[in-house]
Design a protein around this ligand. Structure first.
Ligand SMILES: NC(=O)c1ccc[n+]([C@@H]2O[C@H](COP(=O)([O-])OP(=O)(O)OC[C@H]3O[C@@H](n4cnc5c(N)ncnc54)[C@H](OP(=O)(O)O)[C@@H]3O)[C@@H](O)[C@H]2O)c1
Length: 223
């Protein structure tokens, strides 16, 4: 599988560490073009969100399956339709950690039992490194959207924290916290490579897919 890697910064460089061959790297000095993308099978983006948005028309024209790790921007509403019209499949994810897939499953299970608590509130605290451009993080927004209730999100930027997310259910007399800590950025690279393998097998329907949903279904289908 020949990979076009868009962005080799803090996260993209981990793809290079995990997979040393068959990768063409693009950054500000070597920008992607149709000609340069021609010999690749799949593309992975760890560009900043605004840079990824710029390249969407080019990437649609390239016809490449795409794994989008870029966060902090909204994709055009017509993207899913455009992909289906071109018979293409892309996977996006605010967090390619497999532990966050499990976190989603735990939150969905919790939703079934919220009726246990008459008085409850949810809060989510996320911590990231000081260079992160978006706040709240894409993962915090996704996690909050998985809860069948309002969630108050707070963000903290400090040091080189890779990613900490803690969702707390508080009642007048108790607290339950579901927390995920990313220890190493290669975690995201590993998940992005798993997603690129799934795309390369060409078994996904055309359109825009969410990473957590794809992985959740993939595991359920195997059981
Ligand atoms: N989905 C996930 O699991 C996950 C995990 C971690 C991070 N992220 C997201 O991934 C993105 C990148 O994060 P990062 O911390 O790795 O960023 P980073 O260290 O700043 O790296 C960004 C990379 O993008 C390149 N780039 C920037 N603008 C470009 C342009 N216009 N054309 C071509 N290349 C360009 C940079 O190249 P130059 O140095 O040459 O400018 C650099 O290689 C962010 O949106 C972040 O939130 C996602």
């Amino acid at each position: 599988m020949r990979i076009a890697l868009l962005g080799k910064g803090k996260t993209g460089s981990k793809i290079l560490e995990l997979k040393k061959s068959d990768i063409t790297v693009f950054d500000s000095q070597n920008r992607p073009t149709l000609e340069k993308l021609k010999n690749c099978d799949v593309a992975i983006s760890f560009l900043p969100g605004h840079a990824f948005l710029e390249y969407i028309p080019l990437l649609l024209d390239s016809k490449l399956p795409m794994v989008i790790g870029s966060t902090g921007v909204e994709f055009p509403v017509e993207l899913d339709t455009q992909l289906k019209e071109r018979k293409m499949a892309w996977i996006y994810g605010s967090n390619f950690s497999l532990g966050v897939v499990l976190t989603k499953i735990l939150i969905e299970k919790m939703n079934d039992y919220l009726g246990l608590f008459n008085e409850r509130s949810f809060s989510l605290h996320e911590i990231h490194h000081t260079k992160k451009l978006d706040a709240p993080s894409g993962t915090a927004l996704s996690m909050a959207s998985w809860v069948d209730d309002n969630v108050q999100i707070t963000s903290e930027r400090t040091g080189d924290v890779v990613g900490h997310h803690a969702l707390t259910l508080r009642t007048p007399r108790e607290e339950i916290t579901i927390a995920h800590e990313a220890l190493d950025r290669s975690l995201f690279a590993e998940g992005a490579l798993r997603a690129s393998e799934l795309l390369n097998q060409k078994k996904l329907p055309f359109g825009l897919h969410n990473f957590q949903e794809v992985m959740q279904k993939n595991i359920q289908d195997k059981e």
